[in-house]
Design a protein around this ligand. Structure first.
Ligand code: IFM
Length: 441
């Protein structure tokens, strides 16, 4: 048995997002979001489901906080729904929506759980989409105003703020392959949206700090390791190119103030319009970087090798390769002057069954988490400043275009009854947090 110990103040958490869990899509004055519109459009979601009810967290948030307490979470990462507080994206505030987050934050603090708040996890107000969505620079300013509003109301209690969750997914799934809301397939638009999201991040940073300069503000990127299939220089070059066309595309502007050379080649005619001053706006100081890590790609000159012989895959079709997390953390730590890092999402979708004993014996998810915690710890020993880890997800929930067909939770949700059951992985996580250590055979 080996024991991996973590620093005493390590922030153990779990994460969710508003559209994926809240439900109550049109209650208490909430406006329509692009995900409401998208999921209500036939053929967009694998199981024809919607987030209308999801985990009904909007009504069951107290029960959910009780579950977080049982697991012993030190932090909870959640997002606020922009159209819940500003039904039309700007203009009149829906106080009932704002009050919901106010109560949630108070209850988290009363339970000794640090709130870690994301301002944008993909549910743009439909009214702003009708003005052109993220292609329209005016929406970036509306986002900064919404950010300031939230900080004015919650900044006295919420210390950790994230502007955007995974801007690359918003740009490329929303505007290039069209699998996500708003379902566009337009290369030029996707690159402009990617850039505008970063500009909106910069504007929001300014707006947040103008209200309260003492907060911890960051952004969350989804980063995959791009491993070379061999030491051959051609394979290494192919893997580097893959890293440049996805990971570096967002890391460079944020931490170096310019796009990587590869971006210009990749985007070609679709290179976005960059206004004077944009790059400095985007590259402002950050208090932390959030890294969402799930898997890696194995790259040769022939492209991605898939499946990798002998490897395990999750229900998302993502390879389980925990050592890639350590390699990724070391690589970005070497390539950039980074602020402290939080692993803001890490987890796995597997087919879960409720056993006759009423429990969910999700050994594979438990093992996935154990391996990734250990690799995170090794990266910390290598010198990477990781301050916390958030499991994706606290609850099984609406997995975007896959609907309810993929379960990531450490807590099982029966969508018929809304009954929550802590899975074996959740029970195990409670022990990890309590002991601040991971045990492995
Ligand atoms: O469910 C998503 C989450 O909303 C963003 N990061 C990846 C997760 C799993 O696909």
């Amino acid at each position: 048995m080996t024991t991996t110990r973590f620093p005493p103040d390590f922030l153990w958490g779990a994460a969710t997002a508003a559209y994926q869990i809240e439900g109550a899509w049109n209650e208490d004055g909430k406006g329509e979001s692009i995900w409401d519109r998208f999921s209500h459009t036939p053929g967009k979601i694998a199981d024809n489901s919607t987030g209308d009810t999801a985990c009904d967290h909007y009504h069951r948030w107290q029960d959910d906080i009780a579950i977080m307490r049982r697991i012993g979470l030190k932090a909870y990462r959640f997002s606020t729904s922009w159209p819940r507080v500003l039904p039309r994206g700007r203009g009149p505030v829906n106080l009932r929506g704002l009050d919901f987050y106010d109560r949630l934050v108070d209850a988290l603090l009363a339970a000794n759980i640090e709130p870690f708040l994301t301002l944008y996890h993909w549910d743009l107000p439909q009214a702003l989409q009708d003005e052109g969505g993220w292609e329209n620079r005016a929406v970036c300013h509306a986002f900064a105003d919404y950010s300031a509003l939230m900080v004015k109301r919650l900044g006295d209690r919420v210390k950790y703020w994230t502007t955007f969750n995974e801007p690359s997914v918003v740009a490329f799934d929303g505007y290039l392959n069209g699998g996500h809301a708003p379902g566009r397939q337009d290369a030029k638009a996707s690159f402009q949206v990617g850039h505008n999201l970063l500009a909106a991040h910069g504007l929001a940073l300014q707006a947040i700090r103008a209200v309260n300069p003492n907060l911890q503000v960051g952004i969350v990127l989804n980063l995959w390791m791009q491993d070379a299939a061999s030491d051959l220089p051609e394979d290494v070059a192919a893997a580097n190119l893959a890293f440049e066309s996805s990971e570096t595309l967002f890391l460079d502007p944020i931490f170096k103030g310019h796009y990587p050379a590869g971006a210009y080649e990749m985007a070609g005619e679709s290179m976005p319009e960059i206004k004077d001053g944009d790059m400095a706006l985007i590259a402002q100081r950050l208090d932390y970087l959030g890294v969402n890590f799930y898997s890696r790609n194995l790259i040769s000159t022939q492209g991605q090798i898939e499946p990798v012989p002998g490897s395990e895959y999750t229900e998302m079709g993502w390879e389980v390769c925990a050592p890639a997390l350590r390699r990724l953390l070391n690589r970005i730590n070497d390539d950039y002057r980074l602020p402290p890092i939080y692993i803001t999402e890490n987890g796995a979708a597997f087919k879960d069954e409720v056993s006759v004993d009423g429990k969910i014996h999700d050994e594979r998810r438990l093992d996935y988490l154990r391996q990734h915690f250990i690799q995170t710890n090794l990266a910390m020993q290598d010198g990477v400043d990781v301050r916390g880890c958030f499991v994706w997800s606290l609850l099984d929930n609406f997995e975007w275009a896959f609907g309810y067909t993929k379960r990531f939770g450490i807590v099982h949700v029966d969508y018929e009854t809304q009954k929550r059951t802590i899975k074996d992985s959740g029970e195990w996580y409670a022990k990890v947090i309590a002991g601040n250590r991971v045990e492995a055979e």
